[in-house]
Design a protein around this ligand. Structure first.
Ligand code: NAP
Ligand code: GLV
Length: 313
């Protein structure tokens, strides 16, 4: 079987070497511009349009991340770009869930225990005890209860704060109060103190972090966006911070990445910025999962993680 690989800024030789060990019978190559030779599978992250367009021989495209929005954007920009019969398959966890749980738990605890404010006091050499936030009303609301959202919700619940979760279809998760569908969106938001976003970026979820959403949260709420920059209406966040409706935000993802040096978020001390690192793609785990799925597909079996093209995730 022939496998094409493309992952910008990665050590392609190391990836190909690991794939060669996991799939010794495969004929592997890194895609280069102009390569239109046949392939059965593509393993990609943010591929250019020309890599996939017209490749009707492909059986499956493996996305080296959880979010497939960049690949689906190619199709939206130019319908017919994606091979008609190829399944699009995303990574399922591959070590991202524990990383995401660490990131979100760290941010939630930082706000719960007011470490952000203690840092400011330290910078001013002020010794001052702050009134603790009441744990029982420090409600964390997780948007998206998929592979990552479910793990994050459960990890945060272990700290004894109330946790809610929101998904498209109804979910039942021990210790989490769950809400589903647009009809329950406002009930999910009402009174939430920390809003965590782990939705996929689709036509239904773009701009979901907006002024209306923020207005339903508890006064002085916090925002943690670890999904996609396109979920956030940036000016609405700045306005909510200015009005006090939001106290602070931790952002890992942005509409434009890298975040431009003159972007106002860099100058807002209540916004904590990280460069899209909350859950990195891990090579060993990802190679193992993709290789196992390629083997299963080659046998004629079905695999998990297949993207529903209608829903966009
Ligand atoms: P997933 O397993 O596909 O879960 C998506 C969840 O969102 C599901 O619970 C789904 O509901 C829900 N959802 C989708 N559309 C919805 C809508 N319109 N209304 C309500 N709920 C909706 O995805 P995942 O693996 O957890 O990953 C989530 C996202 O995290 C990815 O798409 C990616 O953008 C982001 N991510 C970011 C990083 C980073 O480093 N910053 C790393 C990895 C992933 P159902 O359960 O009903 O289907
Ligand atoms: C990273 O952002 C991913 O979607 O895996």
């Amino acid at each position: 079987m022939k496998i094409l690989f493309y992952m910008p800024h990665a050590d392609a030789a190391a990836w190909l070497n690991d794939f060669a060990r996991a799939l010794p019978e495969a004929d592997l190559r890194e895609w280069q511009p102009g390569d239109t030779a046949p392939a059965d599978f593509a393993v990609v992250w943010r591929p250019p349009r020309e890599m996939l367009a017209g490749r009707d021989d492909l059986r499956a495209i493996f996305n080296l991340g959880a979010g497939v929005d960049a690949i689906l954007a190619l199709e939206h920009a130019q319908p017919g770009t994606l091979p008609r019969n190829a399944q699009l398959i995303r990574l399922e966890d591959t070590g991202m869930a524990p990383q995401m749980a660490e990131y979100v738990a760290h941010a939630v605890l930082r706000y719960l225990r007011r470490f952000d404010e203690y840092q400011t006091l330290q910078n001013e050499r002020r010794w001052q005890v702050l009134e603790p936030h009441p744990r029982e009303t420090f409600t964390v609301g997780v948007l998206g209860l998929g592979v990552l959202g479910t793990h994050v919700a459960q990890a945060v619940a272990a700290f004894g704060v109330p946790v809610r979760g929101y998904s498209r279809s109804p979910r039942q998760i021990d210790g989490i109060q769950t809400f589903a569908g647009e009809a329950q969106f406002d009930a999910f938001l009402d009174g939430v103190k920390v809003l965590v976003n782990l939705l996929p970026h689709t036509p239904d979820t773009g701009d979901v972090l907006n002024a209306r959403t923020f207005a339903r949260l508890a006064r002085g709420a916090y925002l943690i966006n670890v999904a996609r920059g396109g979920h956030l209406v940036e000016q609405d966040l700045l306005d909510a911070l200015a009005s006090g409706q939001l106290t602070a935000a931790t952002l890992d993802v942005f509409r434009e990445e890298p975040l431009p040096p003159d972007h106002p978020f860099w100058r807002e001390p209540r916004i904590t910025i990280t460069p899209h690192v909350s859950a990195l793609t891990l090579r060993a785990e990802s190679v193992a999962q993709v290789a196992q799925k390629i083997t299963a597909l080659a046998r004629g079996d079905t695999v998990g993680g297949v993207v529903n093209m209608e829903r966009g995730y």
